[in-house]
Design a protein around this ligand. Structure first.
Ligand SMILES: NC(=O)c1ccc[n+]([C@@H]2O[C@H](COP(=O)([O-])OP(=O)(O)OC[C@H]3O[C@@H](n4cnc5c(N)ncnc54)[C@H](O)[C@@H]3O)[C@@H](O)[C@H]2O)c1
Length: 320
């Protein structure tokens, strides 16, 4: 049942602007929102994303760097979105570690630019800002939203700043604003070499002994379709002020367990050879979402398990 703290769900379709909509999660979101009948516009500089993934015609696609304040404002003026979902960011942790100034510039200054453009545009009803589980400190047990943040890398630090900017934006504009703390996404069209595409590529290249790094850390893997439904459910519920929600599945799997899921779907045994070059020196052993708040607010439930997700990943690549 929906949380009474939320205003009446607003029916009907909206003009929606997704920043980062040509990326891994943004493209799933674009598809999902269009399936619901919304008119989707995508702003993306294609630094990590790919144009076809955006899934919108040229008239609704804007190749713009969010740090370009004028161009960003022009996109908002041209599209007049009711909902803004800000996902554009650099987020592959090794990339952020190697390029800390660029990560800060895009994730912080870029967010200021997007939020300023939203403020300057009449008719923005709601804003959703993508954050990450990386804002949480190393800890055992499921993380709830009120857990003290403690990012351990430049990426998590920039995203915590993004959250603060979102909160300050809400105070300044009174526009209802939601922060979504994404846990580890999996699904088709992954743009960065995270665990799933790394295993997928090796398996599809014919390897049955996989080269991987740390095997024991556990992560809360959530399918991009389930994430997209969580975002639309939150926006549909109509959060009244500023609020933060974990977006995860509430189950954690180790690297070994993910490999086992690939093995099950292949019907073959997969072995693992630890590749020292891939072993991270600093590693969290757990990162698990407490998703009770999201479920209570929206009634959302995840639909995709690891095995179903792996099955479609293997099929998709086998047939293309
Ligand atoms: N993938 C995950 O597991 C995960 C986990 C936690 C949080 N997140 C967050 O979710 C969001 C989407 O991540 P993703 O996995 O889809 O990554 P992604 O790299 O596929 O998507 C990010 C998109 O932003 C675009 N972009 C980057 N810099 C830009 C700029 N300066 N101007 C305009 N566009 C720019 C990229 O081209 C890309 O299409 C990000 O905010 C990320 O921090 C992702």
């Amino acid at each position: 049942m929906a949380n009474p703290a939320f205003a009446t769900a607003s029916a009907g379709t909206r003009k929606v602007l997704i920043t980062g909509g040509a990326g891994f999660i943004g493209s799933a979101l674009s598809r999902h929102l269009q399936e619901l009948g919304h008119e989707v516009f995508v702003l993306d500089d294609l630094s990590f994303g790919r144009r076809p993934l955006a899934g919108v015609p040229d008239a609704r696609f804007f190749k713009v760097d969010i740090r370009d304040r004028r161009a960003t404002q022009e996109v908002f003026a041209a599209t007049r979105p009711a909902w803004v979902l800000h996902l554009a960011a650099v987020h592959f942790i090794p990339y952020c570690n190697e390029h800390p100034a660029e990560a800060a510039d895009i994730n912080i200054n870029g967010t200021v630019s997007v939020l300023d453009a939203a403020q300057a545009t009449a008719g923005v009803e709601q804003v959703f800002v993508a954050s990450t589980a990386a804002v949480y400190p190393i800890a055992d047990g499921a993380m709830a939203e009120d857990h003290e943040p403690g990012p351990m890398d430049i990426y998590g630090t920039t995203k915590l700043a993004t959250e603060k900017l979102a909160s300050e934006f809400h105070l300044r504009t009174r526009i209802p604003t939601i922060v979504g703390r994404f846990f580890n996404a999996f699904g088709p069209n992954e743009t960065n070499p995270h665990l799933f595409p790394t295993i997928q590529r090796q398996v599809l290249d014919g390897a049955r002994t996989l080269k991987l790094g740390n095997l024991d850390p556990k992560r809360d893997y959530i399918h991009t379709e389930d994430m997209s439904r969580a975002m639309s459910a939150l926006l549909g519920a109509g959060v009244a002020g500023f609020d933060t929600f974990n977006i995860g599945r509430g189950i954690e799997y180790s690297v070994r367990e993910v490999v086992e899921a690939f093995g099950r779907q292949l019907g073959e045994e997969l072995r693992i050879a630890v590749d020292p070059a891939r072993v991270r020196k600093v590693e969290r052993m757990h990162l698990l979402a407490d998703v009770r708040k999201l479920k209570a607010a929206t009634g959302w439930e995840p639909r995709w398990g690891i095995d179903e997700g792996v099955a479609t990943l293997l099929k998709e690549h086998v047939t293309t």
